[in-house]
Design a protein around this ligand. Structure first.
Ligand code: PLP
Length: 355
């Protein structure tokens, strides 16, 4: 039946969802280990029961846009809401990318970049960013001059390496590029700098954010883009109507009324990230990289074996050994203190067994 489909889709391997479900420590999807507190959940369920489920939600939730606009000191017209930030990435590609348009990106980076650009027949142009080295800023500038990309995809802090791209480099890229610059800040709450203030300076910058990580609602799917209103208004034309359901709207608004709770969780996770790093760096056979996100990338002599040994001990991490430049690398996200201790103990045991 292949003749029914686009060649780019036939050639695609598709997104493979990592294992889910109950284990001793689930540390493979960079989620928050903290669920929304039960007291808040109960109030939300009661509030949801009072809504008219037979009616469409108000399109493009003005409530959420107003709250986000106030948080980031931008206008509501600069914000586009999505059913997770992944959905908005598709919207963005739909609006921008056609056959043979060049898209620069910096592998190893977010897997959806490789996955979706080819669907729109865009041409991915890699500028490699090996873990543990400085970001290849000069190389990107040269490549931009070379291929004049329609779009540049940057992720900071970068998944799966955890490294940040200096904003000074982003500024140079925005300055030189005639195309758009997509800046994914899915892990932005865990680092010190955001590119949002730069939107005042650069008309070609688009910042992407999500409530799936620091805000604890991966299961409800909510993300947003912030850019100049003239850019957002074009994306708005191709974004799916009613993509934010009533319940997601309700919960996301409540999370925005409780930013202090999120801040507390982020503070804890950053402390635990640093503790995990300090413990892992003591393990002689492991190379662990500094991270500005809620996860750590590490290399061990036999990544697949360590992955299986950890799994046998009830610990799920992400095997990222198939990414470019990341043979034998694994990614672990920060969990509760107990989960992190379980992981450290399981890692020590796995290393001993795999030796
Ligand atoms: C860099 C990056 N961007 C976006 C996402 C997806 O976010 P969402 O759950 O909002 O679709 C992830 C999820 O892992 C991510 O790592």
């Amino acid at each position: 039946m292949e003749h029914y489909f686009k060649k780019s889709v036939i050639e695609l391997s598709g997104y493979h969802s990592p294992p889910q479900g109950k284990v001793r420590a689930k540390l493979n999807q960079n989620e928050s280990p903290f669920d929304v507190p039960m007291q808040i959940k109960r109030g939300l369920v009661d509030a949801a029961a009072k809504l008219s489920w037979n009616r469409y939600p108000v399109n493009e939730s003005p409530v959420l846009k107003e709250k986000l606009a106030a948080l980031y000191h931008v206008s509501a017209e600069q914000i586009l809401l999505g059913n997770g930030s992944n959905q908005l990435f598709q919207t963005l590609l739909t609006a921008i990318i056609g056959a043979e348009d060049s898209v620069i990106y910096c592998p190893p980076s977010f897997s959806l970049f490789d996955l979706y650009v080819p669907v729109f027949d865009g041409k991915l142009v890699p500028v490699f960013n090996p873990p543990g080295s400085d970001f290849p800023g000069e190389e990107i500038l040269e490549k931009i001059a070379d291929v004049n990309p329609k779009l540049i995809l940057l992720c900071s802090p970068n998944n799966p390496t955890g490294s940040e791209i200096p904003l000074s480099i982003l500024e140079k890229i925005c300055n030189i590029s005639t195309g758009l610059v997509f800046w994914d800040e899915a892990y932005g709450e865990f680092c010190e700098e955001s590119a949002i203030p730069l939107l005042k300076k650069y008309q070609n910058l688009i910042v992407s954010r999500t409530f799936s990580k620091a805000y604890s609602i991966a299961g409800l799917r909510f993300g947003y883009l912030i850019a100049r209103s003239q850019i957002i208004s074009q994306f708005r034309k191709v974004n799916l109507p009613y993509n934010i359901n009533l319940f997601t709207e309700l919960v996301a608004a409540t999370m925005l009324d409780n930013v202090a709770l999120m801040d507390e969780h982020v503070w804890f996770l950053k402390e635990e990230r640093d503790r995990l790093y300090a413990e892992m760096i003591k393990m002689p056979a492991i190379t662990v990289y500094p991270s500005s996100a809620n996860f750590l990338l590490f290399r061990s002599p036999n990544g697949q074996k360590i992955f299986s040994e950890l799994k046998e001990r009830g610990v799920l991490v992400r095997d990222v050994g198939g990414y470019p430049l990341l043979e034998n690398h694994l990614r672990v996200n920060v969990g509760t203190r107990e989960e992190n201790d379980i992981f450290l103990q399981a890692l020590r045991e796995s290393m001993a067994v795999a030796d």
